[in-house]
Design a protein around this ligand. Structure first.
Ligand SMILES: CC(C)(COP(=O)(O)OP(=O)(O)OC[C@H]1O[C@@H](n2cnc3c(N)ncnc32)[C@H](O)[C@@H]1OP(=O)(O)O)[C@@H](O)C(=O)NCCC(=O)NCCS
Length: 152
């Protein structure tokens, strides 16, 4: 199945309910507003239907000179098929185009499978940071492993 990567647009939000709660989608919407002002990037991966089956954002606010990949999610029915790898490759290209020489990914400490994927793609863990975000049930607190990759 061919999968195309493109910039996410506001109309895609309604088709991304599979990726998280309404609170998560509000956070994505905020990032889309920043992307519209050229201060962030947000991508979706779509089969020929054009409907998003994966999505992920890049923020340039967390690490100077680096693009941080976050909010990465592949539709649960389509995980493990290479779509996340494809999306990360496209995101690294955009980070390079913006003149950054490294990419970072933040992933929860208790998600070793995702960490294994990022390690396979060349990311090295170098720090752990506390993080929290609003959910529909209140504030969720966690610890994230920060992983980085030099982009040649
Ligand atoms: C992590 C994720 C983005 C990777 O995308 P993907 O398309 O599934 O990954 P790919 O097919 O390109 O690569 C396969 C690898 O991804 C990882 N992976 C696959 N399914 C996964 C899952 N449900 N959760 C975490 N990692 C997963 C594994 O390392 C896998 O390799 P393995 O099969 O040898 O164990 C995707 O699986 C996902 O959305 N998982 C649930 C949410 C999540 O963990 N997000 C990460 C936030 S940082």
């Amino acid at each position: 199945m061919p999968v195309a990567i493109r910039d996410m647009v506001h109309a895609d939000l309604a088709e991304c309910a599979w990726s998280g709660s309404p609170a998560h989608l509000r956070a994505v919407e905020k990032e889309l507003l920043l992307a519209a002002r050229d201060r962030a990037d947000y991508f979706v991966a779509c089969p020929p239907s054009g409907l998003p089956v994966a999505k992920g954002g890049i923020t340039y606010q967390l690490a100077p000179g680096s693009g941080t990949i976050w909010q990465l999610a592949v539709h649960p029915a389509l995980q493990g098929l290479g779509i996340g790898t494809l999306l990360i490759g496209a995101m690294e290209d955009r980070i390079r185009e913006r003149g950054c020489h490294s990419a970072e990914i933040r992933v929860e400490v208790d998600n070793p499978r995702a960490q294994a994927l990022y390690a396979r793609l060349g990311y090295l863990a170098f720090a752990e940071v506390p993080e929290s975000w609003e959910t529909d049930d209140g504030l969720y607190e966690t610890t994230l492993t920060v992983m980085a990759k030099h982009l040649g």
